[in-house]
Design a binder for this molecule. Structure first.
Ligand code: PGU
Length: 402
């Protein structure tokens, strides 16, 4: 028989969100009358808005016509890549630097093919678990100096350092996943912080993989929405982004990745050319229907709908945050992001998760699932129907006597 890929033995037995779904199912089985509300996984709940939906529908209808039919589109529709460059990057990138994907998560999983097994990896602690699990799957093992679990360097992002890591600890010639607005803390890095990150990355030869999946939730105009707003970042960063959270495309599936031509390996070869080669080889492009939807999302009507949808979820976030603050539970996030990060000092996050489920029939996400620094935290997601969020906020009052 074949041996198992040892990288698979190295990852945790279960991915965080299916584990939570399992616990929810077992609670539901034991309490068949419970009306469980999920503020757990960050999954959109609201219908796609009409103009964007029309883009999807018209595109799909066009497929049944000779003029409208399109087959493979590899890196993505040129028109869409052009529009992304204009809307998000002030036209600073050419279409050959923008690659359309089937979602940010999928590209996060593929990007490490550029660097290979044994590449030093650093993540924010806490962080979206795919950065760690994806790295281990591709062969990150370590251990390197200062590294934690499975050879990945965890850079704490806590209240003590304003949720921004000590960039002097970035690995030399490694990669660093950075997410802003952050999942799970909801913290958003400011211009000064990102400038220091870019300076450190350039000094140390680090490539930043910047996850901007929640950039459309930023309301404070002083906060950067992209790493490419920072001078010099084109030589040290790759950015992934997605239509999932701004346009409700979690199920439709569409994202993009920017790989600047200026980004080079130590030997001077082009990272962009390799990414093109990888995508052409193991990815046959995103759904063309989803791309027609994205084109509609990025015209003036569609951008208004993106604003409307993200405003709705930010409204939920405000409700959750004030419900927690009324209980004197200290929390951050929720103002420029759809996540609220709440602290339960001295408690184990899986215990708090179980207690909230038991007392309130509300599903959350235990902070520990995002890394050791999440130990006594709970993440509340603002993705939900308004009535459910209001009801959940009411029920959270039952935690008053914890
Ligand atoms: N990047 C970040 C930071 C995310 O939080 C998520 C979704 C993605 C990427 C995925 O984007 P797609 O474009 O839809 O692939 N995070 C959610 C959903 C859970 C999951 O496993 O992706 C969350 O609850 O954290």
């Amino acid at each position: 028989m074949l041996n198992r890929n040892p990288c698979i033995s190295n990852i945790k037995a279960g991915y965080l969100f299916p584990e939570i779904a399992k616990r929810r199912r077992s609670y539901a089985a034991a309490h068949p009358d419970a009306k469980i509300i999920s503020l757990g996984v960050g999954n959109t709940t609201e219908p796609i808005l009409p103009h964007i939906d029309k883009g999807l529908v018209d595109g799909a209808r066009g497929l049944a016509t000779v003029e409208g039919y399109v087959g493979y589109s590899d890196e993505g529709f040129e028109e869409l890549r052009k529009r992304i460059a204009e809307v998000f990057y002030k036209g600073n990138f050419g279409i050959d630097e923008i690659f359309i994907s089937d979602g940010a998560k999928c590209d996060i999983g593929r990007l490490q093919l550029l660097f290979g097994a044994g590449t030093k990896v650093a993540v924010q602690d806490p962080s979206y678990p795919v950065y760690v699990d994806g790295s281990v799957l591709i062969g990150a093992t370590g251990p390197w100096e200062g590294s934690g679990y499975q050879g990945i360097t965890y850079l704490p992002c806590t209240a003590e350092n304003d949720y921004f890591p000590d960039v002097e600890k970035l690995p030399e010639n490694g990669i660093f996943y950075f997410c802003s607005p952050n999942n799970p803390t909801g913290a958003v890095a400011n211009r000064e912080q990102l400038t220091s990150l870019v300076a450190a990355a350039r000094k140390k030869g680090t490539v930043i993989i910047f996850d901007a999946a929640y950039s459309e939730y930023i309301r404070d105009p002083a906060l950067p929405k992209s790493i490419f707003e920072i001078d010099g970042s084109q030589t040290c960063a790759i950015e992934v982004n997605s239509f999932s959270k701004p346009a409700g495309f979690t199920g439709v599936r569409l994202g993009w990745t920017v790989v600047p031509k200026e980004l080079k390996y130590a030997g001077g070869e082009s990272v962009n050319a390799d990414w093109n080669r990888i995508c052409g080889t193991i990815f046959n492009g995103a759904s063309n229907i989803a791309q027609w939807g994205a084109l509609a999302a990025l015209d003036s009507e569609g951008l208004k709908e993106i604003r409307q949808l993200s405003d709705f979820y930010l409204g939920n976030a405000k409700l959750i945050r004030s419900a927690l603050q009324n209980l004197d539970i200290s929390c951050i996030g929720g103002d420029n992001s759809p996540y609220i990060w709440a602290q339960f000092p001295g408690r184990d996050s899986w215990d708090v998760f179980a207690e909230i489920l038991e007392k309130c029939q509300v599903v959350t996400t235990p902070g520990e699932g995002f890394g050791p620094a999440g130990q006594s935290f709970i993440r509340f997601s603002a993705f939900g129907h308004r009535a459910d969020v209001e009801e959940a906020c009411k029920r959270l009052g039952r935690l008053r006597f914890v």
